[in-house]
Design a protein around this ligand. Structure first.
Ligand code: HEM
Length: 221
């Protein structure tokens, strides 16, 4: 199969996605999410370092910080909001958002932008103490399904899990994107697929160092 051949995303043997997030998404595609095509044969390297994840945005970022981080990689705010829907699948450690439950600020221990009923449920699952072993589903209504309603619908009800999720609803423009993605899931789906393909092209390795992984989750032996 040539590099330019497009293959269906859900083939686990072909190494198309470049990141853990993309792999998670592909699994979701197999378990009830959406399917789409990605270019095969992305040029990868043979080094994978956890320390490189310092480039990723933390869940405490606000809208302008997130927008700036994604813009640095060539993504619009709309694409950033559209991609964030990946948080409709998978799980998060309590430590990633427990500040919103217990020590949000000097004046208010609980984040006032978080729905109090949802906060109370999260407190049951994540008691004080920041146990690093505890995890919660990011979209409790359908944790294994990649859907627009589960994610954007939650944000519209002040139930975004991270500050970085809830903040997407904080300006007129960004809230409009959240609302439209929620209302028009088919449009969200095609924007999501396009942005995922675009993300898969980021920092691809070319030239002699180019390696195509046999298994996406590990470097070639
Ligand atoms: C917008 C900025 C983003 C921030 C601040 C962020 C932050 C996080 C955090 C804190 C977690 C929980 C990790 C843990 O506790 O184990 C997480 C999980 C996850 N994120 Fe993001 N993320 C962002 C964007 C994205 C994007 C663009 C994608 C993919 C398109 C994505 C896909 C995922 C997935 C699939 C998980 C679940 C992982 C699992 O179940 O093991 N995230 N993210």
């Amino acid at each position: 199969m040539s590099d330019s051949t497009f293959v269906v995303q859900v083939n686990l043997k072909k190494c198309n996605p470049p990141s853990a997030a993309l792999r998670e998404f592909r699994d979701a595609g197999r378990t009830g999410g959406i399917g789409y095509k990605v270019p095969a044969g992305r040029g990868d390297g043979n080094i994978s370092l956890a320390s490189d994840t310092v480039q990723l945005a933390p869940p405490t970022f606000n809208l302008s910080q997130l927008t700036a981080v994604f813009a640095k990689k060539g993504f619009t705010q709309d694409e950033m909001i559209t991609l964030s829907d990946a948080h409709t699948i998978g799980r998060s450690h309590c430590t990633a958002f427990s500040n919103r439950l217990y020590n949000f600020s000097l004046t208010t221990p609980q984040d006032p932008t978080l729905d109090p009923v949802y906060a109370a449920a999260l407190k049951q699952l994540c008691p004080p103490g920041n146990d690093p072993a505890l995890v919660v589903p990011m979209d409790p209504s359908s944790p294994a399904i990649l859907d627009a309603g589960g994610y954007y619908g939650a944000i519209l009800k002040s139930r975004g899990l991270f500050t970085s999720d809830q903040t997407l609803n904080s300006t007129v423009n960004s809230a409009d994107t959240v609302k439209k993605n929620n209302e028009y899931p088919l449009q969200w789906k095609s924007k999501f697929a396009a942005a995922m393909v675009k993300m898969g092209e980021l920092n691809a390795t070319t030239g002699a160092a180019r390696v195509v992984r046999l298994n996406c989750s590990v470097v070639n032996k």
